[in-house]
Structures are given as C-alpha cells and as structure tokens.
Design a protein around this ligand. Structure first.
Ligand code: PLZ
Length: 453
C-alpha cells in the first residue's frame, strides 16, 4: 500500500499560500480521513490517541487541510509547535537545502556549524546576562531529562522538585515529574525516585498572592526534603498541559531567589512557553526571572524535532566529556530549520504578533465570560490564552462542558485543544501566522458551541 492511496490526486502544498478559510465539504471525518483512521486503528496502538478525526495533508497560515479537502482553522499549532506558521517558506527552504547537503553525521562523531550556531543563538536569546552554553536534543522530555542530569552532576545532590499541575513529558523521569496520573502515568510505573512535588501558585483556585504561595512551597521544600539534598527545582513559568496556570506575581522570583540562596539549580521548562509564544521570546521575561537552566523544544524549529538545554556555563560544564548526547540530538536538518525559525522570530515581528493575538483572544474571551459565568477564568499571555470552565455556583471544574464545547468546535472545523488537571480548560495556541479574521471566526465557532452546550 502506498503512502497516499486514499489521497492520490493533487495534494495541496502547505504554507501561507493555502487559501485562508474555514471550509467543510464533508462531515468530519470525511470518507478519506475515515479510511486512514481505520488503517490507523489497525496499525497503531490505541494508546496513541488523536484529538481531531481527520488526516492532515497540508497546513499553513492559520489552517489545516485534510484528505477530503476540508479546511480547518488551527487554534492548536500541533501543541504550540508551529509558532512561525506551518510549512513556513524560510523553514521549508532551509530544510530542503540541508537535506540535499547532508542529513546526519552525528554531532558527537563529526560536529557541524548549524548545531553550534543554534547553541550560540540560544545562549544569546535566553534571559540572563551571564556566560551560557547549550546542548541539543530531540524532544522536550529529553531536554528536561538532561537538565536534571546536569543539575545533579553540578550539585552532587539527587532530589528534584516539580509542582502540582506540572507537565514535563512521557519518559520515565519526566512521567515522575508530571503531576497528572490519567492519561500520562496510570499503570506505567514504577517511576524514577527522588522526585518531590510542591504546591503551585494557582490564583483562581488558591486565592494566594505570589509571596504567600511561594512561602507555602518553600516551607514544604525545607521541611520535607531539605535544601542540602535538593539538586533542582523545575517549573513551567506558565503551565501548559496543567491548564495554562499563570502563577501570581512574585511567586516565581521568590522560588528562584530561594534556589539561588540554597545552591539549588532553578530550571525553567519553557518547552511550551518558549519562542515568542507568550508575546516575549521566553515567558521567564514576563516574571523577571533568570533561570539557571532553560529547557526548550516545540516552537524552536518550525515543526522539526529539536530541543535544547541552555544555561549558566559553569553548570552546563559540570558533566564529564561524553556524559551528554544522543545519536540524533541537534540533527542538521532540525538545526537548519531552527536557524530559519529563529531568523523569523527575530526579524518578522513575530513577538508583536503574539501580543496582538493575545489582546484579541483576551478581549473576545473576557467578553464571553461577562455573559456566561460558566467561564470561571480567562488567563495567559500572548498567543497562549485559556478559558477555565466551571459550575458558576461552586467553581467546581466542568470537564463535561469543556469536552462538549471542544467536540462541537472541532466538528465545525476549528481545532481547539483542552488541558488542565481537571480537564476543564480550553487553550488557544494559534500559529502566529493566523489572520485576525480567521481567529475571530474560530472564536465565533467556539462561542456558538458554548451557547448550545
Ligand atoms: N514540557 C512544558 O508542554 C509537551 C505533550 C502532549 P515532548 N507538551 C505536549 C502529550 O500529550 O504528549 C511538553 C511540555 C512541557 C515538556 C514537554 C514534553 O515535550 O517534546 O512532547 O517530549
């Protein structure tokens, strides 16, 4: 069976030239997508789920086109990855050029310039005016794992603290760091040892100011673990999978300061928040923190798999030679894509666009909240905004309502993602290449879905 059996003729090219419109020519899934999803069910294990019942054939600007010719509005960016836009021409050209030059040597065997250039760019772009180094990997989880390895080697300590609602990946150590059991951890243990959890600042639910929430967390670290056993604290500056939880002002600086005073490595997991997504190159800037180490992935390379750990040179240099690496880490095609994406981030007004998108999303969603008290909270920064759905009387999470709204929006051709420990948050993560018109139309559809839910 050939790859595109069911979509044999005229596949559209992706990128910004795709018609920027929502257009449904079938119910979802259409017959071709349905056939491909049937093949998926036979060939791919049930554990690998999917949110939108279509098979993608092209994407770009603010749309995803499926095998039946349906054009869906993309408010998910493949989970915050295609920040510069899907199949961005600069990225696509860089990938094609590199693929024709060489596809792999293994950086640990014969190094090449693009890896070094990506490291230099990350050292320059990440917050903190101090000497930095970067190592490249393939996925967010792998970056987080390596950040922890480096912190343990540097401190000679073992314990690691992550936070309530935190998400850090699906590998064994990162499952241990991740808070939510279902679907990420259930039945997959035993998990890595020496991982502890601290209470997060979640203003909508705990009502605490930042310093009080930090004092609560720090007291727990001191009493239950002890600073002298603690290698690292890892936190998402704005939590992603956990529900776009934005900590109260002062929380992150207080935690970072406590880490510095106690020789604990402060790691920001900016896998989801990084690279212009929040209207800043990195979300750490919003909170005025300079993490010792930053883990990045997702938006870094316009859709190619690449991840990084960037941080203070003295910490990054803690490992003996040969202690860090991997066959594919910093693959040359992914590095070429990253250099192209970084060029776009720096020169094409992408950060400003994220701020505009954030203003539009916030305006529309707070207006909706004013007329529908089932929206308990609207929060986030830039093109990373969410609405939390609750029982208006009790503030209890309403996961059923959230799922119904998302299901109906998707059926109408708008890709939205849910998140949150309680499954009651819809998050908006559009590509920054989306037009205001498409974004508004997508929100109209979500609003209509809420009205009938
Ligand atoms: N850290 C903050 O958001 C990935 C995962 C979706 P990988 N988030 C999407 C899913 O269900 O698997 C993520 C993240 C933060 C780490 C990761 C892990 O990144 O590239 O998926 O390994």
């Amino acid at each position: 069976m050939t790859l595109l059996d069911s979509t044999a003729e005229a596949l559209p090219l992706g990128g910004p030239d795709l018609p920027q419109r929502r257009r449904l020519v079938t119910d979802l899934p259409g017959p071709r997508s349905a056939a491909l999803l049937a093949r998926k069910a036979d060939a791919v294990p049930a554990g690998v789920g999917h949110t939108v019942p279509v098979a993608a054939v092209a994407a770009g600007g603010g749309v995803v086109v499926d095998a039946d010719g349906n054009s869906l509005i993309d408010l998910g960016s493949g989970i915050a990855v295609t920040t510069v836009g899907n199949a961005h021409p600069t990225v696509a050209a860089a990938v094609a050029t590199q693929a024709a030059q060489f596809t792999h040597t293994c950086f640990m065997i014969s190094p090449y310039e693009s890896y070094i250039a990506v490291a230099e760019a990350l050292n320059r772009l990440t917050p903190g005016d101090f000497a930095k180094k970067s190592a490249l990997f393939n996925s967010g989880a792998e970056a987080v794992e390596n950040a922890i390895k480096i912190a343990r080697k540097h401190t000679g300590r073992q314990a690691v603290v992550a936070f309530d609602h935190g998400y850090h990946g699906r590998t064994n150590l990162t499952m241990a760091l991740t808070a939510k059991s279902m679907p990420y951890k259930s039945g997959f243990g035993p998990f890595a040892p020496e991982v502890y959890r601290a209470p997060m600042s979640y203003p909508f639910r705990d009502g605490l100011c930042g310093p009080d929430a930090a004092a609560r967390a720090i007291s727990q670290l001191e009493k239950q673990i002890g600073a002298d056993s603690l290698a690292a604290v890892i936190i998402e500056p704005i939590q992603g999978e956990g529900g776009f939880v934005v900590p109260a002002d002062g929380f992150l600086p207080a935690i970072a300061q406590w880490c510095r005073a106690n020789g604990v490595v402060f790691i920001a997991d900016e896998v989801q928040t990084g690279f212009a997504r929040t209207g800043h190159m990195f979300a750490s800037e919003i909170f005025g923190i300079e993490p010792d180490l930053i883990a990045t992935a997702k938006g870094i390379a316009g859709g190619l798999p690449l991840a990084a750990v960037t941080g203070r040179s003295d910490i990054m240099d803690a490992s003996h030679a040969g202690g860090l690496g991997g066959t594919y880490g910093g693959n040359p095609i992914a590095c070429a894509a990253a250099l192209a994406a970084i060029d776009v981030f720096e020169n094409d007004g992408v950060i400003e666009r994220a701020q505009q998108i954030g203003a539009l999303l916030t305006r529309r969603l707070t207006a909706l909240q004013a007329s529908d008290p089932r929206i308990g909270d609207v929060r986030g920064h830039g093109a990373m905004i969410a609405a939390e759905f609750v029982d208006p009387e009790t503030k209890e999470p309403d996961a059923a309502l959230t799922a119904a709204v998302a299901r109906e929006a998707i059926a109408q051709g708008v890709i939205v993602l849910t998140c949150g420990t309680y499954g009651n948050v819809i998050r908006f993560l559009p590509p920054l290449s989306i037009s205001d018109e498409l974004l508004d139309e997508g929100l109209d559809i979500v609003q209509a879905a809420l009205a009938v839910a």
